[in-house]
Ligand binder design. Structure first.
Ligand code: IPD
Ligand code: CA
Ligand code: CA
Length: 255
């Protein structure tokens, strides 16, 4: 099935690339910071139509259309365009993220970094790859030498979860902290050893389903902010090379 996921992620990527920088309609979801474009919807329709046609018995959880399909052991978890704000404002950092679960366990994940044309993929127990090249997390074990990445929820103005305090505290102790705007790409960069760690509060299953498996298959660790194992429905999300995991947790716990 991984070949099918790769094929449809790339097709969705072409739709997004064709739309980038053109005129597209933008709507607000919960507020003026939370956007959805025609292109998000077109990408999602392409992917969900593909699943419905080729795997009619499977269930789907997709960001823009929610749950569809009948009960099944298989669940497709789809973010048709991760990084919509970047896309809408002409910043070329966004992706398509598709995870496939069987009985609640992610067995395959694909993230397509559209503008860099890099396809990240992983199958459970089979390693993680970028355009076919095997991925490994970084080996660095010093927080002071770490480059980290994070993101902020759309409800940050009302959110009680100290996202800015955590950001400030880690910025003071790490070599650098970045904010790219696509959680799926953030996770793939952890898997690639570019970033040593990534954390964020209030993520959604479609942001992380594929990327979590890609990090784990590249040798990384994904937990909540207390170091507990999590599933894709967890809202507190820490992914790292595992060597700096506890040092990041120490800072997150205090802020
Ligand atoms: C968002 C991006 C962003 C993260 C937000 C997500 P979207 O997804 O992944 O990096 O900080 O929390 O909601 O809305 O562009 O699909
Ligand atoms: Ca997303
Ligand atoms: Ca999205």
């Amino acid at each position: 099935m991984i070949d099918d996921i790769i094929k449809i992620a790339k097709e969705a990527g072409s739709v997004i690339k064709d739309g980038f920088g053109k005129n597209f309609n933008i709507e607000f979801k919960t507020n003026e910071t939370n956007l959805v474009t025609d292109i998000d919807k077109a990408s999602e329709k392409l992917i969900t139509d593909f699943v419905k046609k080729n795997y009619p018995s499977h269930k789907i959880l997709a960001e823009e259309s929610g749950e569809s399909g009948s009960n099944s052991d298989y669940l497709w978890v789809i973010d048709p365009l991760d990084g919509t704000t970047n896309f809408a404002h002409g910043i070329p950092i966004f992706s398509v993220s598709i995870g496939l679960q069987k009985n609640g366990q992610t067995i395959a994940g694909v993230v397509y970094d559209v503008m860099r044309d890099v396809l990240y993929s992983a199958e459970l127990g089979g390693g993680a790859f970028a355009n076919g090249k095997k991925l490994h997390v970084s080996k660095n074990d010093k927080l002071g030498r770490s480059v980290l990445v994070t993101g902020f929820p759309y409800n940050i103005a009302e959110n009680p979860d100290n996202a800015l305090e955590k950001f400030a505290a880690l910025t003071k102790v790490a070599r650098a902290v970045r904010r790219l705007g696509s959680a799926a790409i953030d996770l793939c960069y952890v898997a690639s050893g570019v970033f040593d760690g990534f954390w964020e509060v209030y993520l959604h299953p479609w942001d992380v389903c594929a990327g979590k498996l890609i990090v784990e298959e590249a040798g990384g660790l994904v937990t909540d902010f207390e170091g507990k194992r999590i599933d894709i429905f967890s809202q507190k999300f820490l992914a790292s090379n595992s060597a700096v995991h506890n040092s990041i947790i120490n800072i997150l716990e205090k802020n």
